[in-house]
Every structure is written in structure tokens, then in C-alpha cells.
Design a protein around this ligand. Structure first.
Ligand code: GLA
Length: 417
């Protein structure tokens, strides 16, 4: 894997450390942990840190089948991803068959026995997720849960399902647009009620099932998702395996940090690490930023054919520890200077993660960015660890940071001053 050769040159070790009023207060109770104590009933004590796992859609889409899911589960164990924290093996759209005479949903020929598949995944010490939606059809045109919410929730629980992604799709056309045409507010109420219905149905199964809302951020979903039992909610449209899409999604997370916390997370969509033509720098930046954003880490690549450099990124435990920090405080963008952005995330124990992201396509090492410590509430030299080189670094005021296009510097400062 490429290392930050130019960067290590500019990260000079300096000593003196001064205090600052903005340093994170470790003892202060986090507003989000207070929120969870009020909002999360016992059955919903899932996703206390952002869910980690794998989802079939980004790479396999409609080609997912029983064999592929078993292979993914095997690889999560064999690659060390399980040991690094990846737990959920999530089947996305295209598993569904037709309903029988009693309305019970069948699987299609790609999934001969969902219970046996769930048992297999569980036997590996992993958990299994599935996909549906509040409309009559899923986004790929398969049977969804409209009118069968309780029945489907019970079916999932009987199979041993641990996670449901619930995708709006046809509910817009078959219900919102039909029942209350031309009344956007009423349409949104219908949508919220539909998510509430499935939230309730899941809860009444008595099985802890992570509830993942997918409706692309409509109607400020972050404001109401926890009240319908949502553990995470997509904040945007679909991610794609190119830098433009990934950066666009990063940019849309501004202002959402306060809605995230243990049990309830903003979801900037699944990972594209290892997909398409993303460069190693882009994969690294994508993964780092998702960690900064306290995002679910759902790998979306072809695990049996994963390249070593992709595996190294997905299993970087220091970066995963940022994502999984128990305080659950999502990071925010401290400032931008041209196309270089500085993000910070407050961590448990008073630690701080600092990311410097070169989002530009043409800004190169010969034109370095200079880091302002005062703009991130710090003063004096800050000792930390570069989470991609694994080396100790010291951040100093006005230091040049040389990053290739779309690359990132991610530093954990244990005791910021
Ligand atoms: C939508 C979702 C995707 C995926 C597909 C499946 O586009 O946003 O994440 O689940 O549907 O059809």
C-alpha cells in the first residue's frame, strides 16, 4: 500500500503543548447518550455503535444469491474482517419471490432456503440482514411489504433476521401519489406512518432487529426516524463508485451531526471501497470520512476477490475505532481552504480525530495547504498518530500538509490541547 511519503516529511515533531478552551471535555455527558436513554426502549438496544458488515447491492446488485451470501460470510471470517468488527451480512434487493395464498412471502429461486442461510451465517458468529420496502414493489420491482408489514416482520424474525433495510421506492407512486395527490405535506405524513408501521411490527416480534430507513433523506428524516424506531437512515440518494459521488455525499452531511448518537445514525450509504475505478487514495479517503461521520461501515465489494490493499483499508483498526467510538459523536467540517477541508471528530476520553482531505482533482503536492490549529480549537504542537502510516506525528500551527488529489491525512490526538 502506498504511504504518505511527502507527508511524513512535513509532519515534524515539536514539543510544547498549550491549552485551549475548545478542547473536548471528556467528562461532559454527551447530548446523544442522553437522547438514547430517553428514546430507545429495551428491544431497540441495537446499533449502539454504527452497524458494521457487508451488503450485496453495490457490487452484486441483482446477481446476489444464496451461494454469494455464504461466500461473503466465509470471507468476512477468513479475511479478518469479523475480528475487526464486521458483523452484518446483508442481502439487499432481489431475493423476493411471490406471496402464497395466505400472503406469506416466498423467496425466489436464488434463495432456496432463507432459514438455512440465516443459520449458516449465524454459525459463523455473524448476523444477517434483509431488504424490503413500504410500497407494493421494491426498487428492483420485486414484492415489498405494503399491507403485509406484520406478516413480513414475523417471517423475518422466524428466519432469524437481525437487520432490515426498508426502502421507500414504489410507495411514492402506489400510495403517496394516489392517496393524497398534490399534497406534499400529507404525502410525507403517509411516508412517516408507513415507516412507523414497520418499526412497530419489528418491535412486536420481540427480536432485536436493526431498522435501517432508506428514503434518500426526504422530509428531514433525521428529525423523525428515531421516533419510528429507526436505528439509521439514509441521508442522500445512492452512492456510486466514483469520487464525484462520494464527495457529493460528504458535502451533504453538513449540519446533520447533532442527529446522530448511540442507537441512531445518519447513513451516507454503503461503502464503495474496492469498487469501480476508485484509486487507493480515494478508497482511503472514503473510508476515513465515513469513520469521521460515524457512518455505518457496510462494505459493498466482492469479498472473495478483494485486493490486499482494499482489505488493508477495510480492516484498518485505528480508523474503525474512530467510527466505532462509544461516545457516538459524529464529526463535523471545521473549515475549508479552497478544495482542502479539515474535519474533526470528538472521541471518548477527550481524544480528537483530525482529517485533512484534499477534495480537489488538480491540487498537487507542489502547492501545499497549511493547517491552522486555531481553526480547529487547538493551540501549540499536538502529538498524535497518523492512522494510515501508523506513525507518530505532531501537528503544528501553519504546517504544510502535502496531499495528492483525493487523499487524506487522518490523525488521532489522544490528548488535544
Ligand atoms: C435503492 C437503494 C439502494 C438499493 C436499491 C435496490 O436504489 O437506495 O441502496 O437498495 O434500491 O433496488
Amino acid at each position: 500500500m502506498r504511504v504518505f511519503a511527502p507527508l511524513s516529511v512535513v509532519l515534524l515533531a515539536l514539543a510544547s503543548v498549550a491549552a485551549t478552551a475548545q478542547a473536548p471535555a471528556a467528562q461532559k455527558p454527551s447530548p446523544s447518550s442522553h437522547k438514547i436513554a430517553v428514546k430507545a426502549p429495551a428491544a431497540q438496544q441495537v446499533a449502539l455503535t454504527p452497524p458494521m458488515g457487508w451488503n450485496s447491492w453495490n457490487y452484486f446488485a441483482g446477481k446476489v444469491d444464496d451461494k454469494g451470501v455464504r461466500a461473503a460470510a466465509d470471507q468476512i471470517v477468513a479475511t479478518g474482517m469479523k475480528d475487526a468488527g464486521y458483523v452484518y451480512v446483508n442481502i439487499d434487493d432481489t431475493w423476493e419471490g411471490e406471496r402464497d395464498a395466505n400472503g406469506v412471502l416466498q423467496t425466489n429461486e436464488k434463495f432456496p432456503d432463507m432459514k438455512a442461510l440465516a443459520d449458516y451465517v449465524h454459525s459463523k458468529g455473524l448476523k444477517i440482514g434483509i431488504y424490503s420496502g413500504p410500497g407494493s414493489k421494491t426498487c428492483a420491482g420485486y414484492a415489498a411489504s405494503l399491507g403485509h408489514e406484520e406478516q413480513d416482520a414475523k417471517l423475518y424474525a422466524s428466519w432469524g433476521i437481525d437487520y432490515l433495510k426498508y426502502d421507500l421506492c414504489s410507495f411514492r407512486e402506489d400510495t403517496m401519489a394516489v392517496k393524497v395527490p398534490n399534497d406534499e405535506a400529507a404525502q410525507m405524513h403517509l411516508m412517516i406512518a408507513a415507516y412507523g408501521k414497520m418499526g412497530k411490527a419489528l418491535k412486536s416480534t420481540g427480536r432485536p432487529i436493526v431498522y435501517s430507513l432508506c428514503q434518500y433523506g426526504w422530509d428531514s428524516v433525521w428529525e423523525w426516524a428515531p421516533s419510528v424506531g429507526g436505528n439509521l437512515w439514509r441521508t442522500t440518494g445512492d452512492v456510486q463508485s466514483n469520487w464525484g459521488s462520494i464527495y457529493d455525499i460528504i458535502s451533504q452531511q453538513a449540519g446533520l451531526a447533532k442527529y446522530a448518537g448511540p442507537g441512531h445514525w445518519n447513513d451516507p450509504d454503503m461503502l464503495e471501497v474496492g469498487n469501480g475505478h476508485l484509486s487507493t487514495a480515494e478508497n482511503r479517503s472514503h473510508f476515513s470520512m465515513w469513520a469521521l461521520l460515524a457512518a455505518p461501515l457496510l462494505a459493498g465489494n466482492d469479498l472473495p476477490n478483494m485486493k490486499p490493499e482494499v482489505k488493508a483499508i477495510l480492516t484498518n483498526r485505528d480508523v474503525i475505532a474512530i467510527d466505532q467510538d462509544r461516545l457516538g459523536k459524529q464529526g463535523t467540517r471545521a473549515y475549508a481552504d479552497g478544495e482542502v477541508e479539515v474535519w474533526t471528530r470528538h472521541l471518548s476520553g477527550g481524544a480528537l480525530a483530525v482529517a485533512v482531505l484534499n477534495a480537489g482533482s488538480n491540487r498537487v503536492a507542489s502547492h501545499p495547504f497549511h493547517l491552522s490549529l486555531s481553526k480547529i480549537g487547538l493551540s501549540g504542537a499536538q502529538k498524535g498518530k497518523d492512522l494510515w502510516t501508523g506513525k507518530e506525528v505532531t501537528l503544528t500551527d501553519n504546517m504544510p500538509v502535502e496531499l495528492q488529489s483525493h487523499d487524506i491525512l487522518l490523525v488521532r490526538i489522544a490528548s488535544p490541547k
